[in-house]
Design a protein around this ligand. Structure first.
Ligand code: URA
Length: 211
């Protein structure tokens, strides 16, 4: 079994992604674009949410109407810090979603993910989880985040990013063949510093203007 990769290549998303890639795009613009794309990606990732039917009254007539079936709201887990940018967009679309955070940084030489923070809703085992991080590069952070989330045994796990490298997808699929990946694009390769090529640079730095 290999995790399915869904490329959400909607024209609006691809146009906004191109703007994000450009060196000349300002921090404010980059942040806003990531939020907008987060919203559009969430729309597609939640396409398979189960529905239930309830009797309601419109001003005109009674009807049997669809509503989300899950008893418990979904948990969006943001991999800090760049995950925050996508999270903000998703919360615009799903304001009642619960939120978890996992803090991971990449050791600059080994590129291994090191955890420094983890906080999530106490009843996560009754909820669906969507883990978000803009960049699936080496895959180390994504794999570490899923390892950690699996310890608390949620109903389901999906992983959502903006850009993926083939190397990151392969590593992730090897470690977590049961977790589907959603991305807006798959780029060419990783460079020797672990950056996605052509990519968009360091997503965290561009989001927060730290470089
Ligand atoms: N993280 C980033 O922010 N950018 C990359 O290209 C790879 C990892």
């Amino acid at each position: 079994m290999t995790a399915k990769v869904t490329v959400i290549d909607h024209p609006l998303i691809l146009h906004k992604l191109t703007l994000m890639r450009q060196t000349t795009t300002s921090t404010a613009k980059f942040r806003n674009l990531l939020k907008e794309i987060g919203m559009l990606l969430a729309y597609e990732v939640t396409r398979d949410l189960p529905l239930k039917y309830e009797d309601i009254e419109t001003p005109i007539a009674p009807m049997l109407a669809p509503m989300l079936a899950a008893e418990k709201k979904m948990v969006i887990v943001s991999i800090m810090r760049a995950g925050q940018g996508i999270l903000d967009g998703i919360l615009e679309l799903m304001p009642s979603a619960r939120v978890g955070h996992i803090g991971l940084y990449r050791d600059p030489t080994t590129h291994v993910a090191i955890e420094y923070y983890f906080k999530f809703p106490h009843d996560i085992e009754q909820r669906d989880v969507l883990i978000v991080d803009p960049m699936l590069a080496t895959g180390n952070s994504a794999v570490a985040a899923v390892d950690r989330i699996k310890e608390v045994n949620p109903v389901s796990i999906k992983f959502l990013c903006l850009l993926a490298a083939p190397e990151g997808i392969a590593h992730f699929q090897e470690q977590h063949p049961d977790v589907p990946i959603y991305t807006a694009a798959i780029d060419d390769y990783l460079d020797e510093h672990g950056y996605i090529v052509p990519g968009l640079g360091d997503a965290g730095d561009r989001l927060y203007g730290t470089k």
